[in-house]
Design a protein. Structure first.
Length: 249
């Protein structure tokens, strides 16, 4: 009987200690690193008109003072006779944050497109980003402006078998908008203008993401690019429509 009373008393005494050692809930520790991978179907119109595959990888390191973001995109397709699309894009941006949310940025973007109107397009720019627009907790709006430098190499054509590259300074403006529709879906839109004395390029990217389960999501995107001056037999508009599976980690 004495042993029973002692055991009950000891259990009653240790009960609060057990609750103090083992928390009632657990949260994953914060990590400034995030990444996502997506792949899926692509439908091209414009300079290429085929159905094909695409893949994309995006990595981000975001702290209180610095945000670094890198992205790799690849597009490839072929028909029964030959390869029709072969494109690779590399993007990197480094933001130095201020206390009010604004930031200084440095950006580099490189593109190789074997069958595009320009086989090579490389852009390096700096600028200032504004992110203080208050649209509510579920909306984000950023504006970026600054100078840059662009390198263009046109595709070979019957009238120009040995094209020469064009190099010029540009003014870059970008608008980035993100809207959380509800807990499991997000709408994103990016609009970028690169204006130069010899040529101007306008790009628009719209995507819709819906969570399927855990870290998997379905992403539908439309990317449109307009080039004011293109080589002979090339079109000014290029459009990519993608339906991808996306995995976040």
């Amino acid at each position: 009987m004495l042993n029973l009373r002692f055991s009950l008393g000891l259990s009653f005494f240790l009960m609060p200690c057990a609750h103090a050692v083992v928390p009632t809930y657990y949260e994953e520790p914060f990590s400034p690193f995030s990444a996502e991978v997506e792949f899926g179907l692509q439908i091209n119109t414009g300079n290429t008109a085929t159905s094909s595959g695409n893949a994309r990888t995006k990595m981000q390191y975001d702290t209180q003072d610095v945000r670094q973001e890198g992205e790799v995109r690849g597009y490839y397709s072929s028909n029964s006779e030959k390869t029709t699309t072969q494109q690779l894009q590399l993007r990197y941006q480094n933001d130095l944050k201020f206390d009010d949310g604004d930031y200084l940025l440095g950006r580099a973007e490189f593109s190789w497109d074997k069958f595009g109107s320009f086989t090579r397009q490389h852009t390096i720019s700096i600028g200032y980003g504004f992110s203080t627009f208050n649209l509510g907790n579920k909306s984000k709006l950023k504006l970026e402006v600054g100078p840059g430098f662009r390198y263009n190499l046109p595709i070979e054509s019957a009238e120009n078998l040995n094209p020469t590259s064009n190099q010029e300074f540009i003014a870059r403006t970008a608008v980035k908008y993100e809207q959380e529709l509800h807990e499991y879906s997000t709408l994103e839109a990016d609009l970028t203008a690169e204006v130069g004395t010899d040529n101007s390029i306008l790009t628009g990217e719209i995507s819709y993401k819906s969570m399927l389960f855990q870290d998997w999501a379905l992403k539908v995107g439309i990317d449109t690019k307009y080039t004011a001056i293109v080589p002979v037999e090339s079109k000014k508009f290029d459009t990519k429509t993608t339906i991808n599976l996306l995995y976040r980690f």
